[in-house]
Design a binder for this molecule. Structure first.
Ligand code: SAH
Length: 211
């Protein structure tokens, strides 16, 4: 069953009502079936205004935050994007529809495989998956026009800054208990940082057993 009506309500009440304006972001949020990305028992709650548990102590982000981050990245359809924290792949799917190629790194193999299946079932084929530690980025595939983290480090790893193109940017939640979503724009050798909003993501870990 396609749940287009629920998605329409989500887009109006959770996204447009809170100021998301980018027409392409709204269109993509209207198209991606979020219920496909959550465990069967949570499917009735798929369009709630909140993150949901997807297993292994991990979450699928709140729709508003996914849309907010996509809008903040200003994607034109051509960019190479690195995402750290694939999870179930919902945010990955949204980025894949708005950018050129998405490279996504997940530390837990089971989640990376789940995301691979979820995206394949939607026919999304411009995503490259890697199981590994996102602290290191994906140096073999760098540089990236955009880097986005969906798990929070206490401090943004240096390796990630090094993998951004000269006119690119990096978007990340930063902090331990209290986190701020930060955007760091690069202009050649200079960086300009801005705090966007308070958020709550799972921590970016070095070893999945730590959680
Ligand atoms: N992007 C997801 C949300 C993912 S939750 C969405 O669309 O809803 C954050 C993910 O980051 C989890 O799956 C977690 O396993 C992963 N993660 C945590 N630390 C990591 C690390 N060091 N490298 C890569 N992935 C990491």
């Amino acid at each position: 069953m396609d749940r287009l009506d629920e998605r329409r309500a989500m887009v109006e009440n959770q996204l447009v009502a809170r100021g998301i304006k980018d027409g392409e972001v709204l269109e993509v949020m209207l198209k991606i079936p979020r219920e496909n990305f959550v465990p069967p028992e949570l499917q009735p709650m798929a369009y709630r205004d909140r993150p949901l548990a997807i297993g292994e102590g991990q979450t699928i982000s709140q729709p508003y935050i996914v849309a907010y981050m996509a809008e903040a990245l200003h994607l034109s359809g051509q960019e190479r994007v690195l995402e750290i924290g694939t999870g179930c792949g919902y945010n990955t799917a949204v980025l894949a529809k708005l950018a050129g190629e998405v490279y996504t790194v997940e530390i837990r193999a089971s989640l990376s495989n789940l995301a691979r299946d979820n995206l394949a079932s939607l026919g999304i084929d411009n995503v490259h998956f890697k199981v590994g530690d996102g602290y290191l980025g994906w140096p073999e595939m760098a540089p990236f026009d955009r880097i986005v983290l969906t798990a929070a480090p206490s401090k943004i790893p240096k390796a990630l800054f090094e993998q951004v193109t000269p006119e690119g940017c990096l978007l990340a939640p930063v902090g331990d208990w209290s986190q701020t979503l930060q955007i760091h724009r690069r202009q050649g050798s200079e960086w300009f940082a801005r705090d966007l909003l308070q958020v709550q993501f799972v921590p970016l870990v070095r070893d999945p057993e730590e959680v």
